[in-house]
Design a protein around this ligand. Structure first.
Ligand SMILES: *Cc1c(COP(=O)(O)O)cnc(C)c1O
Length: 337
């Protein structure tokens, strides 16, 4: 398979300029030490609270007038749906967002407020996806998937351009990984500009579909489980077209994190960096917070580390419970009896 090229990421940047925020890259002293400098790329400051806006705006900008008239549709655990709804409203396109019943209410409501048509279907992202297929076939809507699409990957890749322009010395990127649109785009842009840069993917141990697929050498399904990183639910698609190949080629390694580490990281980012971050957005910092993880990575971690803090869309009651240490913390399947 031919990988997406850097030129497509530059084109995406022109397409999204003015509609999407160029987010700050801030030093994180609480995660840095004498040897290591850590900076946080705050995608939490996007208007919809997560980076997904980049890909969604780019994908819509690339539609023909005829495709826009048909309306767009997607299945989303929340942040992509929210981004697509926001982008569609800006461009005067009708958006239909299909979600499973697992998606938290705050995310559903936020999308409804953006004027999108909401459909709740089934108990997994994959079931919501079946409804999308139906709407594409029966009502000729245009599907804009959350990750496995060239324009989505190129849009997310603009984060990589911004980080490298602002901090050319960066040697390691830590990137949250689910379907792999974010990591594919960021890694391809970063490695095209700076081939020696390391890209580490982080996923929750609960339901890490990309990791299981890489281990099997082909896309596989895993059971979808509740996790604090609820934006990361869902598989990579058994007929994955782009992200599996990109991640396999471009990611140096991945690390799976326990729920308790994600909770600790949310708490840390709040108390020490004054940031409200959802579970998925806290994965990168979680990797650095655990001394055993840091020493396991040792030299491979590098000395100038940029972490993508990918989103802030967490229900605030759950968030305060996590920060107070009263939230339920799930254990991994291997530990569950
Ligand atoms: C979607 C999402 C991710 C993961 O992105 P993929 O492209 O699916 O790998 C990470 N963090 C947040 C907040 C997200 O919404």
């Amino acid at each position: 398979m031919k990988l997406i090229e850097l030129a497509q990421v530059y084109r995406a940047r022109r397409a999204i300029a003015g509609r999407v925020t160029r987010t700050p890259l801030i030093p994180a002293l609480s995660l840095s030490d004498a040897r290591t400098e850590v900076r946080l790329k705050l995608e939490t400051t996007q208007p919809t609270g997560a980076f997904k806006l980049r890909g969604a705006v780019n994908a819509l900008a690339n539609l023909t007038a005829e495709q826009r008239d048909r309306g767009v549709v997607c299945a989303s655990t929340g942040n992509h749906g929210r981004a697509l709804a926001w982008a569609a409203r800006q461009l005067g396109v009708q958006a239909t967002i299909c979600m499973s019943a697992l998606v938290p209410d705050n995310k559903v409501e936020a999308i409804r407020r953006l004027g999108a048509d909401i459909r709740i279907h089934g108990n997994s992202q994959d079931e919501a996806q079946k409804l999308v297929a139906e709407l594409v076939t029966l009502q000729e809507m245009v599907e804009i998937p959350p990750f496995d699409h060239a324009d989505i990957i190129a849009g997310q890749g603009t984060i990589g351009l911004e980080i490298l322009e602002e901090w050319p010395e960066v040697d390691t990127l830590i990137v949250g990984l689910s379907g792999g649109g974010l990591l594919s785009g960021v890694a391809l842009a970063a490695k095209a500009i700076k081939p020696g840069i390391r890209v580490i993917g982080v996923s929750p141990a609960r339901g890490a579909a990309m990791a299981a697929s890489l281990d099997s050498g082909q896309p596989v399904e895993v059971e979808e489980l509740a996790t604090l990183a609820d934006s990361l639910g869902g598989g990579i698609g058994l007929h994955n077209r782009f992200t599996f190949a990109h991640v396999r080629k471009l990611m140096d390694e991945y690390v799976l994190l326990e729920e308790i580490e994600i909770a600790r990281s949310m708490r840390h980012l709040y108390r020490e960096e004054q940031l409200v971050v959802e579970g998925a957005g806290a994965l990168g910092a979680a990797l650095l917070l655990e001394p055993a993880r840091r020493s396991a990575l040792a030299e491979r971690l590098g000395q100038r580390i940029a972490i993508i803090v990918s989103g802030r869309n967490v229900d605030m009651d759950s968030f305060t419970a996590v920060v107070d240490g009263t939230h339920k913390v799930w254990t991994t399947p291997s530990v569950d009896k």
